[in-house]
Ligand binder design. Sequence first.
Ligand SMILES: *Cc1c(COP(=O)(O)O)cnc(C)c1O
Length: 346
Amino acid sequence: MLTNGGPLMQRFEVALADHLGVPHVSTVANATLGLVLALQQHGVQCHEVITTPFSFIATGHSVLWAGATPVFADIERHTLGLDPEAVERAITPRTKAILAVHCYGFACDVVGLGQVAERHGLPLVYDAAHAFGVRIAGQSVLDHGHTSVLSFHATKVFNTFEGGAVVSRSSAAKLEMDRLINYGIVDDMHVESLGMNAKASEFTAALGLVQLEHVGEYLERRRQVDGRYRDLLDGIPGLVCLAPPAGQGHNYYNFPILVDPRFGLSRDQLFAELRARGVHARRYFYPLIGHFPMYRQFSSADPARTPVAAEIAERVLCLPMFPDLEEQEQIGIADTIRAAFARAAP
Ligand SMILES: *Cc1c(COP(=O)(O)O)cnc(C)c1O
């Protein structure tokens, strides 16, 4: 068995469920396909999906591929996730689902969004590509909403080079998802849904099982990198190191900073300065999803409609963050930032 739920994949799904503390996990070829299928499972075709413009392009694309219209709502400053009140204002009779994103490993307001979804009888899907291992109030963040989708892409906290997983709320929902991942096939004679081939192979499962043994150690090293940045960058005027809301676990996926006018340089100027010195920080997420041509036709893509997202996208910069980042390199990055500040200061 090389694919189609072979022995390694069965072991990997159980090990993942156990590690994450959630019961129903389906592995998938990548998170983008997982998101498309999750939206399809919730019947969004020809309807509206309320989502955030402050995410990676895959979030928006999954809505379009699922045959729905994205409606962008604004985010909250402290979670950077969808603002429950903005979501509620965006609901129309055509709304069929809410697609929220846990950015950088910071959880959305899962309680607020859960209440809005429940009040309006809408499925709540989380793009949890950044949220591997994140816990909130002693519970996996993946336990919130109707479906959560993880990415195991090479750049994520836990990776199988390419890959992902869909977390479902019930064994029936998982079975339905497993079928969607495999062309919608029920058995030889029955195909019940317009599924696709979104399967991950035994090779992915083998890699995933090995990676699971190391993920705790990677997380600890990320935690150290995060702590060193906070010490090194402390006290620079106009530069804010973002952190998850109080009382929430963190997986240290990114190290986002916000640049404000007191810094003296714009975010783009600091970005260019770092680039010139070989430091590959990322403007992540920038531009907003609505900026790209396939979204401009939607009125909610106008950045003026989502002012918080528009402002954060102009000010945010993610510094290099990976388990092997060494203290000396971090000191060099911090020195570069301080020197840029010193030169810009009047
Ligand atoms: C990486 C990422 C995705 C896409 O994941 P793939 O596994 O590469 O398809 C989707 N959403 C967000 C927020 C991401 O960061």
